[in-house]
Ligand binder design. Sequence first.
Ligand SMILES: [Zn+2]
Length: 370
Amino acid sequence: MNGDCDIPYDLVSNSIKQIREQHPDIDMIFWTGDNVPHDIWNTSKEMVIKHNQIVADLMRETFKDVPILPALGNHEAHPINMYVPIEVSEKSNYSMEWLYNIMADKIWSEWLNEENRKTFKKGGYYSRMINNGWKVIVLNSNAGYRANFWRMYNPIDPDNHLQWLINELDQAERNGVFVSILGHIPPSDMYEGWLHNYIQIFDRYSHIITGAYNGHTHNDELAVMYNQQGRPIAINYISGSLTTYSYLNPSYKIFKMNSRGEPLNFDVFFMDLDHENRLVAHNHSRLEKYQPRWLHEFDAIDSYQLKNLSSVEWGKFVDNAIDDLDMAYTYSQHYHRHSRLFPDVKDMTLERIIELVKNIKTISPFQKTT
Ligand SMILES: [Zn+2]
């Protein structure tokens, strides 16, 4: 295994099919985006659309009756990361219409309703009531991505995206509804102004936000957000990727949730790609029938010694893991899914492992640390 690359289509397709087979009781899918490969110098609008179509077809065929909530990643833009805000589109030839329209009307059409299509075509975001007490708000968090240079045009709230989020949360609060937030970019990659406001919003509505779900980093990570008073207010669950890019083992995450969308626990599954490659090399004649194996990696409550997945419990976990080297090491192993290459290539020293754990704690960049 080298792993400084994406995985081939066969492994993507086989993985999605195996997930379906191994978890026939999946009720819903949070799809955190980035469906385009990492040859980022080689993209075009046509290529981005083609890859989105390929992955969407695979998801549609495999999970026929399962509701899917997709979110846009930074790789869905062309050029990469560049999401043009509406205020620029209104007075120039730059626009995101080429992406938003085809995703809403064709590629993701069966997963978006009429109301979703309207907001999606404005800024790539939408919300969905799952039942009377649970709403999922799907952000186009690329608006808050530090590598989206259009943010400099309006660094406060491009596309009024955060204002829309506040309106959605306000409505949920008035109706006694709990909320999950789905997006692509995790707090560690948000620019300062956006992150500050994002934390303020989570603080104001922490009593109804039950969790946030991101991707992007490819690492299996957590971001526990704290308010100005030092209280843990919300958790961003950052799932590991199917792609090995770079030096990682593929993984996916299954949450158990109650009817209000509160996460009760999660399990992570991974593929030991190095081991699988060795098996394939030894069984070359039977390669066509070979089915790569997914292994159960860990269960959050058991592995992180939690009572539940509340903010208070995650706050205790962060405090403990900073002092407990065994726990910090466990977290770092999950981060790259036991890849044999990652620790060497990425210089996972003891200091780096402790830093990883400390980085879980997410506060406003404008807040003084003590
Ligand atoms: Zn990304």
